[in-house]
Design a protein around this ligand. Sequence first.
Ligand SMILES: [Zn+2]
Length: 388
Amino acid sequence: MSVLLTGIGELTTNDPTRDGLLGLVEDAAVVVEGSTIAWVGPAAEAPAADTAYDAGGRAVVPGWVDSHSHLVFAGDRAQEFAARMTGTPYSAGGIRTTVAATRAATDEKLTSHVARLVAEMRAQGTTTIEIKSGYGLSVHDEARSLAVARQFTDETTFLGAHVVPSGTTPADYVELVTGPMLKAAAPHARWIDVFCEDGAFDVDQARTILAAGTDNGLRGRLHANQLTYGGGVQLAAELGLVAVDHCTYLSDDDVSALADSGTIATLLPGVEFSTRHPYVDARRLLDAGVRVALASDCNPGSCFTSSMAFCIALAVRDMGMSPAEAVHAATATGASALDRDDVGVLAVGKRADLVLLDAPSYVHLAYRPGVPLVASVWQGGRPVVPVA
Ligand SMILES: [Zn+2]
């Protein structure tokens, strides 16, 4: 069964064989066969298909690839946010509030909560989502958090090393994370992550935890340099990790290390918005040759947005990215940050994940911040928003 999606005013392909960063095609069409893309090009040259769908001149972009989220949690920290906006600084210790609520929640409650957030993301155009554990912090609660996440995505990340929970020492906890907790978590996870930060885990602990994960078949990624300068970004570069996330406080040596290693800097501007930390100078990174991805970091503490369009608007307004760079970072480079080559690009053989915008151009994502521009979302070759 093939579908011709035609009448696309402006198509962002991210196809490097086409012109410009976004590989734009005007007056375009796409043919979808099953779950993948069979043809892309000018509408006037499109081949016939079993059925046709008219995009009505809308702009079409690849579905967002949100490579960083923490959706498995219970509880609400709205009051902490309100206090922060009136002067109380953010600290990593707030995570423990969510841990208590998450441990107390049933599997059913956690699952329905993740389902609601995934639907919220999909309605805004996100078609690939990474989900971390990290609010269980016990063998049982980390394993079940990942089992819940696995129902929604293959991109699951074991973040037992989110913060040292109350009632244990850092040394004992690292032993637990690298031992029984890792054994219980690994069957449900593809990635392992560490919050490498003052008040969480230092560079040596992060190195130990990532090595244990690698030994158990997981791939490493890292939260680093979110709240202070530190050695986390250089550790990620040294280990050749695919991505290091946050990168808010970067020395010149950190930037050079990222450029030399090819490790992607995943920037999370919603966090800076929600914690009043300074926005990352993405221009500095891009000009140095660093690959930059954008993700939501949707979580109950430091950033509770699920909107990639909001992150794009912030990246353009406050981080020195062009609209094209921000859209590319939220799609193609987001996919690279998950080491995926089947999503984030609209080309023959790629997964047919795409978003129709009620706008003539992708630029409207930043030009019209906060406006619900998503007309429909296709995931795996079929429309999933609005729900048929
Ligand atoms: Zn995070």
